[in-house]
Design a protein around this ligand. Structure first.
Ligand code: NAD
Length: 407
């Protein structure tokens, strides 16, 4: 079941609530209801068979009050304008919560990358930059990987931008390959950030090693979260991807599952677990649910079936507003996306700083700074939520909004 209101409308409810709690009147926040700049482009590329194909692409710079806009580019067959501008809205609040010198942006191309060859994907990535050259830029709008995009795609896009600009411009993108100005520690930064956050809040949440975790989505974000939690002694009892799910009440052997996934491309056929339907992951018998796939995977139709007492939102917007309300009534503690998955943009900021200063930071420095930021921000959110008797999401939006409108 899908909730009826648009994603953007649902997202704006958090703005309204935070503004009300901060005593901000409508004129003070009205501008945040409308994205600053949104572009829709047509990307026409030659296919390998000699034919031409056109794809829809978008880039939204939601708000640049705090600095250049920053946000990922996703490739997905269901991408649309509502999704892009909502993701850009969330990025605005995420960057503000972490006090990064960025506004929020996001981009997408409506494409199923599984149906494209590598050379076709490269042409499409370059076409995106050609069409949006005047929108993106190291001091204007900085791109990064998201669903179905990775360091290779960022490398193509950076190369195209630099070619048109006429000089190397590595700071136009983050999450690049190391030899194109990428940063150590960016690959697993989002999962690692969520991991540092959860570990710092173990006492407050009443959990620790041995706790049972279900992870929805085994891509860049979910895989690294599962790996780090497994290494720390947590039991990963269920994992899903878009093709299916696998479970083992005693705990999955995550290193073996990673090897399996890299060759077979799915988790369900893993011999070390029992196969089940991906839709059942949300209701897995576990202490901690980690949605790390796409938005709205927990909705009105399945929220009541959630058995976990804690949700760590590593995906952007994995809970609809209705699911959020159902789970809050059930007393589930939710570490919200704008906090829990902020490790990615934090290390992106480190990468951008390194590019601008033409230096490379050692991995230890990146991990230390990431840990400090996630821990400090997590404690601030948790403490504000406790003081006001509100959810961590409400507290996170209050702190973020304060950093945007400067109250
Ligand atoms: P990815 O493409 O690497 O992985 C996505 C995973 O989700 C894949 O394993 C895919 O099979 C799975 N999936 C898709 N639909 C599913 C479904 N219905 N059920 C179960 N699994 C499903 O993408 P990613 O970079 O890991 O991003 C995942 C989420 O995290 C997205 O919401 C993204 O916006 C968010 N995020 C990513 C980053 C980053 O640094 N990559 C940063 C912040 C937030």
């Amino acid at each position: 079941m899908v909730d009826q209101s648009s994603l953007h409308e649902q997202a704006l409810l958090h703005l309204d609530e935070a503004a009300q709690r901060l005593g901000l009147d409508e004129p003070a926040i009205a501008y945040l209801r409308i994205p600053e700049e949104t572009m829709q482009v047509r990307l026409t590329i030659p296919m390998d068979d000699g034919s031409q194909r056109s794809f829809a692409g978008w880039r939204c710079r939601y708000d640049s009050t705090r600095g250049p806009t920053k946000g990922g580019v996703r490739f997905h067959p269901a991408s649309n304008l509502d999704e892009v501008l909502t993701l850009a809205f969330w990025m605005t609040f995420k960057c503000a919560l972490l006090a990064l010198p960025y506004g929020g942006g996001k981009g997408a191309i409506r494409v199923d990358p599984d149906t494209m060859s590598r050379t076709e994907l490269e042409r499409l990535s370059r076409a995106f930059i050609k069409q949006l050259f005047h929108v993106v830029g190291p001091d204007r709008d900085i791109i990064a990987p998201d669903v179905n995009t990775n360091a290779t795609v960022m490398g193509w896009m950076t190369d195209e931008y630099s070619r048109i600009a006429g000089h190397p411009s590595p700071a136009v993108a983050t999450g690049k390959p190391l030899d194109q100005g990428g940063s150590l520690g960016r690959e697993d930064a989002t999962g690692r950030g969520g991991f540092y956050l959860l570990r710092r809040l173990e006492k407050q949440l009443g959990i620790g090693p041995g706790a049972r975790v279900a992870v929805q989505g085994f891509g860049n974000v979910g895989l690294h979260m599962a790996r780090l939690l497994h290494e720390a002694g947590y039991r990963i009892v269920a994992v899903s991807d878009s093709r299916g799910a696998t479970g083992n009440a005693g705990g999955l052997d995550i290193p073996a599952l990673i090897v399996h996934k890299s060759s077979s491309k799915d988790v369900a056929s893993f011999a070390g677990g029992e196969k089940f339907d991906a839709a059942g992951l949300v209701a897995a018998d576990c202490d901690i649910l980690v949605p790390a796939a796409l938005e709205s995977t927990v909705h009105e139709g399945n929220a009541a079936a959630v058995r976990a007492g804690i949700i760590v939102e590593l995906a952007n917007g994995p809970l609809t507003a209705q699911a959020d309300a159902i789970l809050e009534r059930k007393g589930v503690i939710i570490l919200p996306d704008i906090l829990a998955n902020a490790g990615g943009v934090s290390v992106s900021w480190f990468e951008w700083e390194q590019n601008r200063a033409n230096v490379s930071w050692p991995l230890e420095r990146i991990h230390d700074q990431l840990r400090t930021r996630m821990e400090e921000c997590g404690l601030a959110v948790f403490e504000l939520a406790r003081q006001h008797g509100i959810s961590c999401r409400s507290a996170a939006y209050m702190l973020a909004l304060k950093n945007i409108v400067k109250v």
